[in-house]
Design a protein around this ligand. Structure first.
Ligand code: DX5
Ligand code: ZN
Length: 215
């Protein structure tokens, strides 16, 4: 069964906390995707992991690091209690540096997703799959919520699924009630949804509708 992971992207700690508290009321939701942006890797900035130290939650935290130096935040992610860190292939100068970062996170008992931007060839996963926990495809150019889903992401997902039948595949960006079934059918296991939840008048009802479509 695929998993729905709601996304929170905000500059305000209060908004992050409010959305976490909202999600905690939905028993079917066990994990939250929190977007962290430094204003350099992407043209937007958000709260950073240390801003959230005061927030305790039952939800597992999937930390998406849209930053130029993800390793600068690893200790903060450990302190935050993140269960997974998603680090971008594009943040690293080479495979050696990336694999060092993967190993450092694993030492901290944090799972690792490696993320590829839309223009990065999914071939890069060939040498990485045995070392990482999640192969993660961006289905928008990262930075903001509410961008339209890039249709080529479906093929990228299928290619990964066919090449690595046992891999855990995560997809993020532009997913909504309109396309979540297609995303699932193309092989995604972990499906991140931001504005597809928050922009609806009834986000709770929307979460249940999304869950129904992927069960
Ligand atoms: C985009 C972020 C996404 C975003 C998802 O840069 O990485 O996680 O919050 O929001 P939607 O679903 O609106 O694209
Ligand atoms: Zn994200």
């Amino acid at each position: 069964m695929a998993q729905l992971i709601p996304a929170i992207l905000s500059k305000e700690v209060s908004e992050v906390e409010e959305k976490i508290r909202f999600l905690e009321q939905i028993p079917e939701i066990t994990e939250v995707h929190i977007d962290f942006e430094d204003g350099l890797f992407v043209p937007n900035d958000t709260v950073l992991p240390k801003d959230l130290f005061g927030i305790k939650t039952r939800l597992a935290i999937d930390a998406h690091m849209m930053v130029v130096s993800p390793q600068d935040y690893f200790h903060d992610l450990e302190h935050l209690g993140a269960s997974a860190a998603d680090i971008h292939f594009e943040s690293f100068i080479g495979f050696t540096e990336l694999l060092n970062a993967v190993s450092n996170l694993h030492t901290m008992k944090i799972k690792v997703g490696v993320v590829v931007n839309p223009e990065t060839d999914v071939e890069i996963f060939k040498s990485l799959i045995p070392e990482i926990d999640v192969a993660f495809i961006m289905s928008v150019y990262p930075g903001f919520q509410g961008k339209p889903f890039l249709p080529q992401s479906l093929d990228r997902c299928s290619v990964l699924r066919k090449s690595y039948p046992n891999a855990i595949i995560q997809i993020d960006g532009g997913v909504s009630k309109a396309n979540i079934e297609a995303v699932r059918a193309h092989g995604a296991d972990r499906i991140v949804v931001g504005s597809g939840i928050w922009k609806n008048l009834d986000p709770k009802q929307t979460i249940y509708e999304l869950l129904e479509k992927i069960k």
